[in-house]
Design a protein around this ligand. Structure first.
Ligand SMILES: Nc1ncnc2c1ncn2[C@@H]1O[C@H](COP(=O)(O)OP(=O)(O)OP(=O)(O)O)[C@@H](O)[C@H]1O
Ligand SMILES: [Mg+2]
Length: 254
């Protein structure tokens, strides 16, 4: 598999107050690939994900050391503005969280605020393109003025993905994006992720081993804040090098 580094994480450590949650992480995440983060509850998957777009800056007790180098630039350098980082590195959460506004406004809000488009046809086009990109245009094109919160959970999650891609990120972080969804919606999101990776670099957290095996190119296994093993997904699931990885994926702990 040909791999270009998109995110180069170097010696990353994170503490919440006195408690260290991430230990000496060194990992390269690859462009136009899906990387799955797996591991037992509390092992640091969400914490690590949030380091990739500086969302942990919003947690007062969090202290971070190390580098997260995206396209050659450390996003923790003093001259980097975290709002611009979060624009380039979008995030989709476990619970679909559309704004209590119309479907149209959910998608248009950030691009208008950031001046990516002007009101009117330019904005309309971006809304359409983003909803298309998230595989939900056909389902909502006649109800753009309706509240997004009136949609099903799976549809809301695709609205949130459309909202994320509307600001034209390079990287999409997803924290258990399907764990609140039914199997059909899950399948749609997985198919969408495989489509999205052609344009974006995707890092996703999942507790569903089948999901990781189905969609991820690379899989990283975390335990107690440490990266135990990171490799091509097939190797992790078929031929892991570490006993802990094997125990976890075969359901012996976690
Ligand atoms: N805001 C916070 N303040 C203090 N401690 C935190 C905070 N967020 C997470 N932690 C702690 O950091 C550790 C890692 O948590 P994290 O949420 O990253 O785990 P996770 O792997 O995502 O777990 P899960 O699978 O349950 O979502 C845990 O011990 C957790 O209690
Ligand atoms: Mg988590």
């Amino acid at each position: 598999m040909k791999k270009n580094t998109k995110i180069n994480v170097k010696d990353l450590n994170l503490w919440y107050g006195e408690k260290q949650a991430l230990h000496n992480l060194d990992v390269k995440l690859y462009e136009n690939k899906i990387t799955a983060l797996i591991g037992p509850s509390g092992c640091g998957k969400s914490t690590f994900l949030r380091c990739l777009n500086r969302m942990n800056d919003l947690v007062d007790s969090a202290k971070i050391e190390g580098n997260v180098i995206i396209d050659g630039k450390n996003i923790y350098d003093k001259d980097v503005d975290e709002v611009s980082v979060r624009k380039r590195v979008g995030m989709v959460f476990q619970q679909p969280n559309p704004f209590p506004k119309s479907i149209y406004e959910n998608i248009a809000y950030a691009p208008l605020k950031h001046g990516i488009v002007k009101k009117g046809s330019e904005c309309d086009d971006l809304v359409e393109e983003s909803l298309h990109g998230a595989g939900i245009w056909d389902e909502v094109k006649d109800s753009l003025k309706e509240p997004a919160t009136g949609l099903s959970g799976g549809q809301q999650q695709r609205i949130c993905i459309a909202r994320t891609i509307a600001v034209k990120p390079d990287i999409i972080l997803m924290d258990e994006p399907t764990s609140a969804l039914d199997p059909i919606s899950t399948e749609k999101i997985e198919a969408l992720m495989l489509e999205l990776k052609k344009k974006y670099t995707i890092v996703t957290v999942t507790h569903n081993m089948q999901q990781a095996a189905r969609i991820a190119d690379m899989t990283a296994f975390f335990h107690l804040g440490k990266l135990i093993e990171y490799d091509e997904t097939e190797t992790i699931f078929v031929n892991p090098k570490e006993k802990k990885t094997e125990d976890y994926i075969t359901g012996r702990f976690g």
